[in-house]
Design a protein around this ligand. Sequence first.
Ligand SMILES: [Zn+2]
Ligand SMILES: [Zn+2]
Ligand SMILES: [Zn+2]
Length: 324
Amino acid sequence: MQSFTCPACNARVYFDNMFCACGEPLFYEPEARAMWNEAEPCANREAIQCNWVAVPGETLCRSCAMSDVVPALNVGDNRQLLERAERAKRWVLANLSNWNWFTDADGGMRPRFQMLSENTGGGRAVQIMMGHDNGEIVINVTEADELIRVQRQREMGEQYRSMVGHFRHELAHFLFDRLTIAPGFLDEFRALFGDETADYNAALQDHYANPKAPGEDFITAYATSHPHEDWAETVAHLLHMVDFTDSFVSAGLSMKGVPDGYQPYADENGDNLLNIAASVAIAINDINRALDNSDLYPFILTPRIREKIKFAHGWISDHAARGA
Ligand SMILES: [Zn+2]
Ligand SMILES: [Zn+2]
Ligand SMILES: [Zn+2]
């Protein structure tokens, strides 16, 4: 993610800052991808600390307007959970706007979100299946609780699980639906990922009954379950890599192999992007080990996985020109 400056004093400010240290209020303007200090605020500014600018003529910002359902905020920790989940959603939407998804110039369908909590006030936790169906994305905001998320990560045997990761994964399913209208997309997709019309429910049941290791062909174990899930996991990893690389250069860091002024979101060469992201990941892994923290990016990109990520990168970064 790019870094931002306060329009009043030029100090460095962060994506979710409501105010600058100089006292100026901050409003993120998603079309300009910049911080403003004067704007019509999103109506959720006080309730869930949304610092985005309201869509002109409307009360909510572009991101909050996509949330059709939110939990009862006066129940349990729901307000705080929604606040964190919506922050992750804004982050991922801002990432995708670098490739012109859901901007003013993008006339295509936008996702709808159901932001649900396991705590509905009824005394017993309700089960929530995260997922995407026909433009509607269900997110379980309860996973914005750090302890619950880590516990589930262990139960599922996953190397990485985060709220930002959930949004990247579920939005990937939505992007797939958008891309299917682009000439050539499905043929190329099936050659790499397999036939996505295969029975989804049967495949998922089989995955949970007989879990498979990812091996050389898949980025995660979950990706082995069905071509749709392979795609969503692959796209989520593309988004992880381009964004931590963007954060690296935006923070003013440099290292051998990363060209001066490098702009990961503008790089059309998937091989180049993956090589640079891999070297950044290895360097940050080393730094994390100095503090005995877990690796920034604990995944290995085999040639087959790289092919899939490059395919996703080509289509997602260039969807407008390719007719999606
Ligand atoms: Zn300032
Ligand atoms: Zn908002
Ligand atoms: Zn999925």
